[in-house]
Design a protein. Structure first.
Length: 386
């Protein structure tokens, strides 16, 4: 019963922890590879005030920033983006949109989590093409091949418009983003905006875990008074909020499992120790000290806890692999457009922590009964043999 309780607790923690880890991994990769990239370089103050007046925070010579990025290991690709706000019209109705001028080929490689639900991605041949978020497309009843007009204020404050052809409809994880977002070729956005500059230099990395190290290296190459660097975590504060939420929820789950194992193990250990009171009395009558009996009970349960933790590791890892292989489809999270395929992500640290909780619970549960039997008078313990 003790082994079963420990194994069940360890398996539950491994599977639940791996499920949460996969949710956060899917969210981070979807965020990076559909919207923000791994990090962005912009003029100082852009991320605080630039959404209202992007024309005031243009990087006029983006190639200088790209040159500073050259030679930094871990960087996969860099690309410029020009942000704008305006009206998208299909000739019958208008919709306020938030647009980006993008380098089509590079953005297609970065946007591996950008789901094209109709038409295709922008490519280098689309001089006057546009891809529209699914929510915006539904609002204006747009489909590939339709003609639209974008109207906005230029850098100099004049009104300008451009006619574009819808080449695709995209969908990201964020329903709110898709309701207002459009993307056009960078050259078309610069022509519409009346400027050769960009607002952001988006950087894609080989590995997400290298983000902080590369930011530190890049900060040493750029003028901190002129430019600022934001990582994908800083650009998407909802991700950190999700991490904090799940960490607290999983912390409560760990506590519940620990208490469950403690109570179960304490019950079985109490029964076992009670049945062996006479044995412990004999040991003390033969010269063993109270501390020897205490260590004996503690070491026995530590061995049981270790065996349960190891067996729980094996069963938990096997269960995680089986669940991942089954490929269960999960429904869309809140404010998301699409679901995802369930997986149990096995992080070594989390797996070992789960096993340690099982071992610690077994040891802690054995301390009270071990103390009681160790302090019991020899004569009273020996009567148990009669």
């Amino acid at each position: 019963m003790t082994l079963a309780a420990i194994v069940a607790g360890v398996v539950g923690l491994i599977v639940a922890g791996g499920f949460v880890a996969d949710i956060l991994f899917q969210l981070s990769e979807a965020t990076i590879h559909s919207q923000s990239g791994h990090l962005q370089v912009s003029r100082s103050g852009y991320f605080e005030r630039g959404s209202r007046s992007p024309e005031k925070f243009l990087i006029e010579r983006p190639q200088a920033i790209v040159g500073a990025l050259d030679g930094i290991p871990g960087i996969l690709e860099t690309m410029g983006r020009l942000s704008f706000s305006g009206l998208l019209s299909n000739g019958r109705s208008d919709l306020a949109v938030v647009g980006e001028g993008v380098d089509a080929d590079k953005e297609a490689r970065l946007g591996s989590f950008l789901n094209i639900i109709a038409g295709r991605q922008l490519d280098a041949t689309d001089r006057y093409g546009v891809v529209v978020g699914s929510g915006a497309a539904n609002s204006l009843s747009l489909k590939p091949g339709d003609r639209v007009t974008v109207l906005l204020n230029t850098v100099h404050g004049a009104m300008n418009s451009i006619d574009l052809e819808v080449v695709g409809v995209f969908q990201t994880f964020s329903k709110e983003f898709d309701a207002r977002a459009i993307r056009v070729p960078l050259a078309a956005a610069q022509e519409l905006f009346g400027s050769e500059g960009v607002n952001n230099i988006v950087v894609a990395l080989h590995r997400t875990e290298d983000t902080d190290a590369i930011v530190a290296g890049l900060a040493a190459r750029l003028d901190q008074q002129t430019y600022e660097i934001k990582t994908w975590r800083q650009l998407n504060d909802f991700y950190q909020k999700a991490v904090d939420l799940y960490d607290r929820q999983f912390g409560v789950l760990r506590l519940i499992v620990l208490l469950m194992v403690l109570l179960t193990v304490a019950n079985t250990v109490n029964m076992s120790v009670f049945e062996r009171v006479g044995e412990f009395g004999t040991l003390k009558a033969l010269g063993n000290r109270n501390m020897d009996v205490f260590r004996l009970v503690l070491s026995e349960n530590a061995l049981i806890g270790a065996a349960g933790a190891i067996f729980g590791l094996a069963v938990g890892i096997a269960a995680a692999i089986a669940i991942t292989a089954a490929g269960f489809e999960m429904p869309p999270p809140p404010n998301a457009n699409s679901g995802y395929r369930m997986a149990i992500r096995l992080a070594p640290q989390a797996v070992l922590t789960s096993a340690a909780i099982g071992l610690i619970a077994a040891v802690l549960a054995s301390i009270p009964p071990a103390l009681r039997v160790a302090r019991r008078p020899i004569a009273e313990s020996l009567r148990q043999n009669q």
